[in-house]
Design a protein around this ligand. Structure first.
Ligand code: NCD
Length: 307
């Protein structure tokens, strides 16, 4: 039962609970009228202390499609955070008005803090460079729909693996499936944090490899997860400029990839995937954005307990 539960990082839900969410999302996709009025009278608060397009709008679209309503803010400048209010006080207040909270915050750990002072479910929509579990639900549902499952896949993560929270969450989530191989492709300065590679993955016995050469590993990948270099988390602009175009996926590079490989990207894209790749049937990033709405509909109806 997911009713009343928080979602702070992917490990908060069991594999069985995730399976249940994916099945529900697939049912909603097949029959958009299913659950249409289920959240009538419920309120979702979306508190975004950092910019967002897909995450916030897909949560709001999900809630509205379930018949519920939304309130909140899209930038901290319009909340009392600018007056110096603590996160705990903001959350306690919002919990008086709404039935669930979706929050994005630039500070790692902010979602956990919020969940500890909230009586209503808190969903982490990104906490700094740490986790982004609902992007992971989106990514997993996309892989399940397009590849039929997770076991035995070779997944390449490419780009900014240091600050990319979607990578951290997805790697931790995939580590729970059998026979997964991961290849981390980044410049050494942007490699995945050790708490994930040498920590969680090593402990789970996951086979992984780190490289800075995308071309070299391309033929072995079943899923290529591209990411943007996270400019807002750099300490200086010079480093960002030096690293921002480390990888650019082009149609030419795609020639070496498997015919059934899929390209994912949490979006927004900056330069890392050439526009010409969009026409490749293996490009799945806009489908992925759509699955994000279905899986958020499944999540909201579950944590709100309306099923
Ligand atoms: C990602 C994020 O916010 O971490 N975007 C998203 O939610 N789809 C990725 C990014 O910003 O690069």
């Amino acid at each position: 039962m997911l009713k009343g539960r928080h979602l702070i990082e992917p490990g908060d839900f069991t594999i069985e609970e995730l399976d249940g969410l994916f099945s529900l999302a697939e049912r909603i996709e097949a029959d958009p009228a299913y659950l249409r009025e289920s959240c009538r009278g419920k309120l979702l608060a979306t508190l975004f202390f950092e910019p967002s397009t897909r995450t916030r709008l897909s949560f709001e679209a999900a809630m509205l499609r379930l018949g519920g309503s939304c309130l909140g803010f899209a930038e901290p400048g319009s909340s009392s955070a600018v007056k110096g209010e603590s996160l705990a006080d903001t959350i306690r207040t919002v919990a008086c008005y709404a039935d669930a909270i979706v929050m994005r915050n630039p500070k790692e750990g902010a979602a956990l803090v919020a969940s500890r002072c909230s009586e209503i479910p808190v969903v982490n929509a990104g906490d700094g460079g740490h986790h982004h579990p609902t992007q992971t639900l989106t990514d997993l549902l996309t892989i399940r729909r397009l590849r039929g499952g997770f076991n035995g896949l070779t997944v390449g993560f490419c780009g900014d693996l240091k600050f990319g929270r979607t990578v951290h969450s997805l790697a931790m989530a995939l580590a729970r499936y059998a026979g997964i191989r991961m290849i981390f492709i980044s410049p050494p300065e942007l490699s995945a944090p050790e708490y994930i590679t040498r920590g969680a993955l090593a402990k789970a016995g996951v086979e992984y490899q780190e490289t800075d050469r995308l071309e070299k590993v391309m033929p072995s990948l079943d899923v290529l997860y591209m990411t943007r270099v996270q400019r807002e988390r750099f300490f200086n602009e010079e480093d960002y400029i030096r690293l921002k175009d480390s990888y650019i996926l082009t149609a030419e590079k795609m020639e070496a990839a498997k015919k059934d490989m899929i390209i994912l990207h949490p979006l927004p894209r900056v330069n890392e995937i050439s526009l010409e790749v969009d026409a490749d049937p293996r490009a799945a990033y806009f489908k992925q954005a759509k699955y994000g709405m279905y899986v958020r509909m499944a999540l909201l109806s579950s944590v709100l307990g309306v099923l």
